[in-house]
Design a protein around this ligand. Structure first.
Ligand code: NAG
Ligand code: NAG
Ligand code: NAG
Ligand code: NAG
Ligand code: NAG
Length: 496
């Protein structure tokens, strides 16, 4: 393999997916369910199995109890307490033989019978696939984001009131407690205190003693952590008020709080606080290619600087089904932010990239991008399908890689254009945000965004920096591809 080929393999991959870094040791993955609804739904299916095995275990346990009782009765041994009575027992060669045979042959068999509970083994196999601590942490990060980005009250969240959406679900004390500890560990003491108070209010000790042993929230411990959280940002002079707070209704605001930090621009965008966009043109575009004369595009000009267009009905329901329906968690990999364009590395979503020349469908989609843009899509499809998960987001980033800062990327040129197809409606959360230009786009199934990432002189266009709001409700599937500057050598002359 020539050096160019090696370089290209690396760059093409990173180009296809501005979010992904593969094969780094620290991120060699454990299973992570939280970062896609695809994986979470498979976890839910595992829960079905787990409960089925548990139910079936109870049935077979009942049968086992009956069997063992019959065996015990059939042996009908009386317990011999004294040495003398036992000596007398073994003095009889027939009873001695019986003893020896039972111990040699029967005991291991009965033990094996008891141990060989199919269901227990299968539950063991499921537990081996259970979410790890890092996964749990991802889920807590997702919940924390939902609370922070949408400026929600913990009390509302617990009651299923999430940014105007009403879920028919309540959070229980163990769930409040993990969030409280998580906030505490992040030194978010006020938020931790709110979650500890909600834990305190929701403690319901199970009646069953075994279940009570599993139950984590402990009244005294929760009370102690609430007070420590309050004192971390408060004063010992107010301790009496803090103690009273704990007994108050959890909807009553805490007292003596520091002011909340101001919302970031992205947070304001996610809350729908951007000013309404200027009315730009919306039209049918018949001009660019023969394809468009047959099937005119519903084109909406979203922004002039940077150039952003939105196209409606450019991917059909059957194409979307083919792209998402049979894709399993197994088929997908974890997507990360890459540090060319973001600061910290984070897990984002699950992703599947077509790297080759593609199937017919991939080819069709790439051709459609070519038709829409009049640009050259290059030799490889590099289409990436992504599925977001619990509170998943994408921090602000640019899709350009900034060739000047990263000269190793020079062969391909930068990512000139980004195409983003929305394959699902997202009822709440999951908007695409361009914070520098006050723009929020809510995913609409079948539509596509298209924008230029760099200027004519190949300088990154900083106003194209964008992000994705944390998911609240729905299932976010997108399809994305970058068109590379290098591929446009004979096509694209300049932007304006
Ligand atoms: C908080 O930190 C403690 C101590 O490091 C750790 O044991 C615990 O798991 C953390 N809890 C959460 C929810 O992050
Ligand atoms: C159609 O789209 C192309 C490429 O996006 C653009 O250059 C052209 O001006 C558009 N035509 C009309 C009539 O809007
Ligand atoms: C998914 O796979 C099943 C079984 O192979 C097939 O019957 C079904 O049509 C596929 N669905 C889609 C949308 O491709
Ligand atoms: C990205 O992060 C890795 C590991 O933290 C570091 O080694 C590498 O230099 C970073 N790359 C850039 C372009 O900042
Ligand atoms: C974005 O909105 C803010 C007010 O919310 C305004 O000050 C700012 O100028 C706007 N920026 C652009 C690029 O429109």
């Amino acid at each position: 393999m020539s050096l160019r080929k090696v370089v290209c393999t690396f760059i093409c991959l990173s180009a296809a997916l501005f979010a992904m870094i593969l094969g780094e040791e620290e991120y060699k993955e454990v299973l992570i369910y939280t970062t896609s609804n695809r994986a979470l739904s498979e976890l839910r299916e595992m829960e079905n199995s787990y409960m089925e095995h548990l139910t079936s275990y109870v049935k077979s346990l009942q049968k086992e109890v009956d069997t063992l009782r019959k065996y015990i009765n059939s042996v009908a041994l009386e317990k011999l307490e004294s040495e003398a009575s036992r000596v007398q027992y073994v003095a009889n060669p027939l009873t001695s033989l019986g003893l020896l045979r039972r111990a040699h042959e029967d005991w291991p068999k009965w033990l094996k019978y008891i141990k060989e509970q199919q269901d227990v083994q299968q539950m063991g196999a499921l537990v081996a696939l259970m979410p790890h601590a890092v996964d749990m942490n991802e889920a807590l990060m997702g919940m924390e984001r939902i609370e922070r980005f949408y400026d929600l009250r913990a009390y509302d969240l617990v009651n299923g009131q999430v940014a105007g959406r009403h879920f028919d679900t309540r959070m229980n004390a163990p769930e409040c407690l993990v969030l409280a500890d998580f906030m505490y560990n992040r030194t978010e003491y006020t938020r931790a205190a709110e979650w500890y108070r909600l834990t305190w209010n929701n403690i319901r000790l199970p009646l069953n003693p075994v279940a009570r042993g599993f139950y984590r929230p402990n009244r005294e411990e929760v009370r102690k952590r609430f007070l420590i959280s309050r004192l971390q940002e408060g004063s010992i002079d107010h301790i009496k008020d803090y103690l009273e707070e704990l007994e108050q209704h959890p909807a009553v605001p805490l007292v003596y709080l520091k002011p909340k930090p101001a919302a970031s621009v992205i947070e304001r965008g996610c809350r729908g606080e951007f000013p309404p966009p200027p009315q730009l043109v919306c039209r049918y575009n018949h001009t660019t290619t023969p394809f468009l004369r047959l099937a005119p595009l519903k084109e909406e000009e979203i922004s002039l600087d940077p150039l952003i267009w939105l196209y409606h009905d450019v991917i059909s329901d059957s194409e979307i089904a083919a792209l998402t329906a049979n894709l399993t968690y197994e088929d997908m990999t974890q997507g990360y932010t890459d540090n060319y364009t973001t600061v910290e590395k984070e897990r984002l979503f699950h992703v599947k990239v077509f790297e080759g020349s593609g199937e017919k469908l991939d080819r069709d989609l790439v051709n459609r991008m070519t038709d829409i843009s009049g640009l050259n899509a290059g030799d490889h499809t590099h289409l990436a399908r992504m599925n977001y998960g619990l509170g998943s987001h994408f921090p602000e980033h640019g899709d350009y890689s900034d060739i000047k800062a990263n000269p190793e990327l020079v062969e391909e040129g930068d990512r000139l254009v980004t195409f983003l197809f929305y394959m699902t409606d997202v009822p709440l959360g999951g908007a695409t945000i361009f914070p520098k230009i006050n723009l929020t786009i809510q995913p609409r199934k079948g539509s596509a965004l298209f924008w230029y990432n760099i200027h004519n002189d190949w300088e990154p266009h900083l106003l194209t920096r964008h992000g994705v709001c944390p998911m609240i409700d729905g299932n976010r599937w997108i399809l994305t591809k970058s068109l590379m500057a290098y591929d446009q050598m004979f096509v694209k002359l300049c932007l304006k």
